[in-house]
Structure formats: C-alpha cells, structure tokens
Design a protein around this ligand. Structure first.
Ligand code: SAM
Length: 443
C-alpha cells in the first residue's frame, strides 16, 4: 500500500511511477525522511529500470525547483491547501515539475495527477482543483521555466542569507544556480594508471585529479562494469582532494578519524598507507568493511568516539572528515534544504572542534593533519581552524599549493586551504561538491 491508503496501480502506464514520486516527496516534506531512504523504500516496488529513473527524476526535479514551483502554484491557488488534503500538495508539486521542467506532455502529466488524486481518500476531494491549477501551470510553463534568478528562487531564505553573508551575493547566486543541475557520477579508480581504461569502458572522462566522470548515468551503480571486481568506488572528485593534500602516504601510518562510508579510507589504502579507520557508528563502519572487501583493500577498523581515542604510538598523518551540515552536497541531496533548519547548521561545531583537538594529540611531532568538511558553512570550516590556531595547540597551518592540487589554483584560498564550491570546475568540467580542507603540521 502506498501512502494515504493508495495502492500502487500498474494498470495505467506511468501511474505507478508518479505514485512512487509523490510518496517520496510526502516522506521528505512531511515526515523529514531523507531522499535516499525514501527512494530506497519506494523504488523496490517498481519493476522497470526506466520507471526508477523517472521516479528519481521527478522527485529530484521537484526538490531542486521547489521554490519556483511553489511560487507558480501560489499564483493559481486561491488559498493554501488544508492539512486534510493529504497528498494533494505533493501531487501538484510533482506534476508541476513534470510540466515545467521535464517537458512531460500536459495530457500525460495532468491526467496521471488527477487519477492519483481520485484514488486517494483525502486528495480525491481536490481532484477538480488539481486539474484546474495544473492546466494553468501548463499554460504558463514557458514563462515559469524562463524565469531569471532561478537559483535564488529555489533557495530557502535562511540558506541564502548564510551564503550571501559568507561569500557575497554573486558567489551565493552561482552556488544556488549550480544546485539546479543534476550532478555527474564521479568515480575514484583503485589503480590510477587505469583511469583512462575505465573512462573508456564506462563512457566517462578523466578529470584533472584522476577521477572518472560519467554524465547522464542511468541504472544501478552495481551493474556498471568494474563495480563487482572492485576496480573503482563512487566518490565526488572534490571529496578526493583532502587525501591528495596529505601527499605521498605510501607506507605511512595514517589515521582516518571519521571514516564511514570509507571513500577516503579506500584512497589511503589504495595509495599504500597503513590505515586505521575509526567511526562512531558500528553500522556505518560495517559499510567501510564491505566496501574495502569489494575493493580488495585493507585497513584496521575501529569503532570508537574520535574524541575519546588515544594512541601510544601517534600517527604520521591524521585525516578528520568531521560530521557536518553537508551543505556542500546539496547538488546530490536536494532534500537537504527542506530537512535542516538554520539552527541545525551549527549543531555539530562542538564535536568538530573536539575531534580536531584530539587529532592533534594523535599525530606525531612533524606529522600532518588534514581537517575537512563537505560544508559551505564557515563556522564548520575556517572558523574551526582559526580557533584551533588561536589556542596553544602545537600546530601551524601548512598551506597547500595549486601544484599539490593538480594545478587547480581556483580551488586554493589565499591562506592555502582547499575551498571547492558547487559551480567550480576541475579542469574543464564544472560541478563539484563543496569541500573545505586545511592542512596543519604538528610541531
Ligand atoms: C562526513 S562522514 C565521513 C565520510 C568519510 N570520511 C568518507 O570519505 O567516506 C562523517 C562520519 O563521522 C562519523 N562520526 C560522527 N561523530 C563521530 C565521532 N565522535 N567519532 C567518530 N566518528 C564520528 C559519522 O558516523 C560519519 O560516518
């Protein structure tokens, strides 16, 4: 049974996919469930790969364009839908996304939306209204789609204010525009010398850092060539840069303090480091184990709070990829602006500074620490480093040079830190997760 007592109808082509997409939107927007979890729950019941791709596209387009869609619907709804309208609101959002941004023919998008409403015990009372509103949306689709300032319109005010305060309006606008674009799939190849081979096999290109980027990938990752043989793993190209900042790690003892799901652990192990991978979550650490097993790589796995960890023999290098707001990954997680609040943006700053402080204890004198986050929020990034450097901790910033980051000078700040933003390119290819990383050396 789908939400609202509505069963999945397979007799009408395309209806089951729309029902799944609406359920996902409702799960996210009403119940605060993440897109990944909602997709996992909803996609299981769909037999066809094409249907799964369509469901994902409707859900992500609805979220990426929710500001514009809400504005358009607001013009045609005399008053907001009442709480007892059930899934009617999500039906409208999903259908508007199809009409305006996916160019689904109006007869299909509107007919399927109305059918869906009629089958739902609450939304059925609004099926006439849904029909009328969607016809008006369809009639103005070109105007809505051509609207300028779409990035700003689709960014909740509280996030916009944070980014314009931190980066200025122009950069905030570029960040917001980048969030409208479906990101490519980036892979890290276990044997870097085979990156060209895998790019050829997978129809991708090799980026300046050696990642393979595949645009427009469809279907299951697990079904792509090389996955089962452990030849590569999924990792945004920007997420691979903090490990590159450690330089040559062959034979070094490296501590990966917040390791799961293990992208950086795999990079370190593939580069010949002797890795200890720590994570607080047993379940997530088990994923690191499975991923390493598939890749034929090894690391010591330790389930522990990074704040409480101690070591008799401190490490040559420590990487702390701390838990954070993850606002640098909104391209991949367009649900995030609707799941988090302004207050939650700084919820993790205390644990971040405690982990960073302990990373210093766990590093040998002369050793290197890389602190990193997939956050755009300065409290989780620059502010953490400034407050560590203002303390009496025995560390100094060890600025990274563009040459150490594959010649990508635009990703290196004046202070020699990494700051990738979603609109940045790696070489010729725009689109990166937002990552911050600072390298420190212990005295
Ligand atoms: C951003 S993720 C790490 C991503 C990982 N480094 C990678 O590249 O795949 C943050 C991780 O920190 C873990 N974590 C959160 N608090 C922690 C703590 N106090 N000690 C250790 N790990 C922690 C979370 O379980 C989560 O897996």
């Amino acid at each position: 049974m789908a939400r609202g007592g509505q069963s999945r109808d397979t007799s009408v082509p395309g209806l089951a996919a729309r029902q799944a997409a609406v359920r996902i939107l409702d799960d996210i927007l009403k119940d605060g469930i993440t897109l990944d979890s909602a997709l996992e729950a909803a996609l299981g019941g769909l037999a066809h790969v094409q249907d799964r791709g369509l469901v994902r596209a409707i859900a992500t387009t609805s979220l990426r364009r929710k500001g514009q869609i809400d504005n358009a619907l607001g013009q045609f709804l005399a008053k907001p839908l009442p709480a007892k309208s059930g899934i009617a609101g999500s039906i409208l959002v999903a259908a508007a996304a199809q009409l305006v941004f996916m160019r689904v023919p109006p007869h299909a998008a509107i007919d399927l939306a109305v059918r869906q409403a009629r089958q739902d015990r609450n939304a059925r009372h609004f099926s006439g209204l849904i029909n009328a509103v969607l016809r008006k949306v369809s009639g103005t689709a070109d105007t809505i789609a051509a609207e300028t300032g779409a990035g700003r319109a689709n960014t909740p005010d509280w996030l916009w204010q944070r980014w314009s305060g931190c980066f200025g309006d122009a950069v905030a606008g570029d960040i917001a525009e980048a969030h409208l674009i479906e990101p490519a799939l980036d892979l890290s190849v276990k044997d870097g010398a085979r990156a060209n081979h895998w790019a050829g096999q997978l129809g991708g290109v090799v980026l300046a850092n050696g990642s393979v980027r595949i645009s427009g990938a469809t279907g299951r990752i697990e079904d792509l060539p090389g996955y089962g043989d452990g030849e590569w793993w999924v990792q945004d190209a920007a997420a691979s840069l903090p490990v590159a900042m450690l330089g040559d790690v062959k034979d070094l003892r490296v501590l990966d303090l917040c390791a799961a799901p293990g992208g950086k652990t795999a990079q370190l192990a593939a580069a010949g480091a002797r890795v200890t991978a720590v994570d607080l979550s047993e379940a997530r650490l088990a994923r690191v184990g499975h991923n390493l097993q598939r890749l034929g790589l090894g690391a010591d796995l330790v389930c522990r709070d990074a704040v409480a960890l101690s070591a008799d023999d401190p490490y040559d290098a420590v990487i702390c990829d701390v838990p954070c707001s993850a606002t640098g990954t909104i391209r991949r997680h367009p649900d995030l602006p609707y799941l988090k609040t302004a207050k939650q943006m700084t919820d993790l700053t205390k644990v971040q500074s405690a982990i960073l402080g302990n990373a210093v204890n766990l590093t040998r004198p002369g050793g290197v620490i890389v602190y990193c986050t997939c956050s755009l929020e300065c409290e989780e990034c620059e502010v953490q480093i400034e407050s560590l450097l203002a303390s009496d901790a025995p560390v100094a910033r060890d600025p990274v040079t563009p040459e150490q980051l594959f010649g990508q000078a635009h990703l290196v700040t004046e202070r020699g830190e990494l700051r990738s933003l979603p609109f940045h390119a790696l070489g010729e290819m725009p689109g990166l997760d937002g990552f911050y990383a600072c390298r420190l050396r212990k005295s």
